[in-house]
Design a protein around this ligand. Structure first.
Ligand code: GZL
Length: 307
């Protein structure tokens, strides 16, 4: 019979598989679950062994996870910091243990940028500016006051701070725009609905909702409809992310504009991790490619969306 096939011997020497310890924020939104899937699929495709933990949106759980990865002597640590502050101590412990750290999705406010090799994620200030620019354009022919309510992301998180700042930078130039109420909905649908119900009771006249993510916007839509108003018409809605449920609401006319924030960071993260483990130089900042969507654009692309 034919000779059996011979399998090529694996290269000699130690196990060259990279182990990555990843601390995820939680599972608070459609964006987050899509981000988790991207990281897990990309690790598999890259042949990287992934240790993964979900912090339920608590910083102390992320710090615990990072400490356990240090104990386990992983080759590289990556995480999305739930809030910007309070990371220097644990990042110094990783540095002392000679384990490189990659920031993904959200940033930290540490002054010492040697504590991490690179930050891969969106420019949240620019996302806020894009939201503001659409609103300025939408109301360019009117001089009446425009009353805005804002559902902020998780208090202290980079996306909440920066999306607020970018939006304010643009609308602050025109006195007709007034943010009459602004409160955190913690990036979740449930909290977004609850806070929007409170806004509707407290504010006699709301023209616009700016929600820092689709999930809070979708919760707010339930509150707006519950109050007998028409979302997208009585109250215009701008959100950020462009996850499937948000894009469906946009196509249905319940949301007016979505600024995309791509969660598909997995492949780039694994490429950066391989370089960092080899001791190769990587850019200190890698900004995510992303765009914006109107209602018509949502109708065209809905069936092609990956998340
Ligand atoms: C943004 C990410 C935010 C999303 C939310 O990169 O950190 O967290 O906009 C998610 O949907 O909860």
């Amino acid at each position: 019979g034919g000779g059996g096939s011979t399998t090529a011997g694996t290269s000699g020497g130690g196990d060259s598989t990279i182990t990555m310890g990843f601390s995820q924020v939680g599972a608070e939104s459609g964006w987050r679950t899509a981000n988790t899937k991207s990281v897990q699929d990309a690790a598999k495709n890259a042949g990287i062994e992934l240790k993964f933990s979900d912090a339920q949106q608590k910083q102390e759980n992320q710090i615990k996870a990072i400490r356990s990865y240090i104990q386990q002597k992983v080759d590289v640590i990556a995480f999305s910091p739930v809030v910007e502050s309070g990371w220097d101590t644990v990042l110094k412990e990783a540095q002392n243990a000679k384990i490189p750290v990659i920031l993904t999705d959200r940033a930290v406010d540490s002054k010492d940028t040697s504590l991490y090799k690179t930050f891969l994620g969106s420019d949240f200030v620019e996302e806020g500016r894009k939201a503001g620019k659409w609103l300025v354009e939408e109301y360019k022919d009117s001089t009446d006051p425009v009353n805005i309510v804002e559902l902020q992301g998780t208090t202290g998180s980079a996306p909440a701070n920066d999306r607020k700042a970018g939006f304010q930078e643009i609308i602050g130039a025109e006195s007709k725009f007034k943010i009459v109420a602004s409160q955190t909905g913690d990036f979740t649908r449930a909290k977004g609905k609850e806070v929007m119900e409170a806004f509707l009771k407290a504010q006699p006249d709301i023209d616009v909702l700016y929600a820092h993510n689709d999930d809070m916007g979708l919760g707010a839509i339930e509150a707006i409809e519950g109050a007998g108003k028409v979302p997208g018409k009585d109250i215009k809605i701008i959100t950020v992310d462009a996850v499937k449920d948000g894009m469906q609401a946009l196509a249905d006319g319940k949301i007016n504009y979505i600024v995309e924030c791509s969660p598909l960071l997995g492949p780039q993260l694994m490429d950066l991790a391989k370089k960092v483990v080899k001791g190769e130089q990587v850019p200190p900042r890698v900004v995510t490619e992303e765009t914006t969507f109107t209602q018509d654009q949502a109708k065209q692309v809905l069936s092609t969306r990956q998340y």
